[in-house]
Design a protein around this ligand. Sequence first.
Ligand code: FES
Length: 106
Amino acid sequence: MVRITFIDAGGTRREIAAREGLSLMENAVAQGIEAIAAVCGGNCYCGTCRVHLTPEWFERLGPPGDYEGPVIDASGDAHPCARLACQLPVTEALEGLVVETPASQS
Ligand code: FES
């Protein structure tokens, strides 16, 4: 299990024990993180699974992919370190990750 913390727009923190082999979105939905609606079910289309990373984590995990970036842009999310949780596979490398969820997903 990989410890990952979600912080919602109101500042409430919630740590989950995420399963490797699933995406960050799949783990969040399975564990009741309400700010991750994931309307499209992980097809990189809806933009309702956005998370905001710290600059350090963003650099470590890399920028959005070719299909992911335009979906983030279309959502109107201008955060410089936004990613789609459905495009982030959970591995040991994510141990200790802390993400914020945008107010628009509250
Ligand atoms: S679940 Fe729809 S873009 Fe991630």
